[in-house]
Design a protein around this ligand. Sequence first.
Ligand code: GLU
Length: 442
Amino acid sequence: MTITTRFAPSPTGHLHIGNIRTALHNWMWAKKTGGRFILRIDDTDAERSREEYVDGIRADLAWLGLTPDAEYRQSERAALYDAAFNKLREAGRVYACYETSQELDLKRKIALGRGLPPVYDRAALALTDAERADLEAQGIKPHWRFKLDHAEPIAWDDLIRGAQKFDAASLSDPVIRRAEGSWLYMLPSAIDDVDMQITHVVRGEDHVSNTAVQLQMFTALGSTPPAFAHEALLVGAEGKLSKRLGSLGVGELREKHILPQAIVALLARLGTSDPVEPLHDRAALLDSFDFARFGRAPARFAEEDLERINRQLVHTADFASVADQLPPQVDEAAWHAIRPNIAHLGEVADYWQVIEGPIDAPAPEAEDAAFLAEARAALEPLAFGATVWKDWTEVLKASTGRKGKGLFLPLRRALTGMDHGPDMGELLPLIGRERALERLGG
Ligand code: GLU
């Protein structure tokens, strides 16, 4: 049996960090087990679905390196849903309802007022053929509900939450299809999970009660349900579901020059018993990935953690892994000089500016003017190899008696225009003889 997972976003907005986490875990489980990862676009809601969001979802997954092995769109699968619907209807598992939403609201309010759970009372099941014909003659088109079997126990062993149990009688028969024929999420999803031979459904715990209902759908469709893993939701650092998390997506993180590896390294481990580590290598993340390591408490997402992981990854990134994101003139030596000084790749250009110039150096302090003239003269005859900084400063130390800050800072200021920055030993050969002499007042 090939392990098959699916990520099933509705294209009604951009992916946010919580969706990305779900996508990642589905991808990881498939890749760890040599299985398949499917992207299923849940676009049955024609009014709210947008093509730009479909494109955005694809682009975000590609940028994160979560390439699907196949892609499906629910809007192209209506024939399959119709066929299953007709079968379920013949088997008495789907029935027509005529209540308006106002009537349903009222029923709910009355039930709550009496201290009863607001479960649909199945009034439509009691309609006679004549009553139904009468309603339809008035032009009222039915919507459709799936009939839960109250005698069938609902239970599953959730890979994260452990044993789960529901009483079907405590649940409303879900509306699965609107009067004008469009589908709600619940049934098409179960039909697709069967058709695509999904073995593991990995999603947020906000879907737990949907799973209870969908388990009966799988059985009614004559199929064995997949395994389920319901993840505790992501919350902000302050421990609440925040608006910020609901909007934070790949677009903004990309603009901030956060590396996809940083997002992957953090979200792979957040909410698990494993420490979050700045791992470049996805194989190491896959090795430790296991639903048993996920806790039931909400996972806390802090943007500072993402920044920290990003910084650590930047400091250790190989030239080859970032070359395509660097200004074209930055070679391996320049990357190594710049790397330890930055938190984001976006800062590379600033550092490159220091090498290439022009720089905006402050006028030297009066007491440094003679020293800088001497430094320039001492640099002129030196070979501009890898040790030029060391060779030069040793000569100057001996000839001027300066040391420490008094020796290094005026040189750094004159050569870079800054008090801090990349290691001068690495920087000076990159600045090169001509520019260095010019900056020293030539
Ligand atoms: N389209 C559903 C959602 O975005 C999919 C849920 C599922 O994974 O089944 O919530």
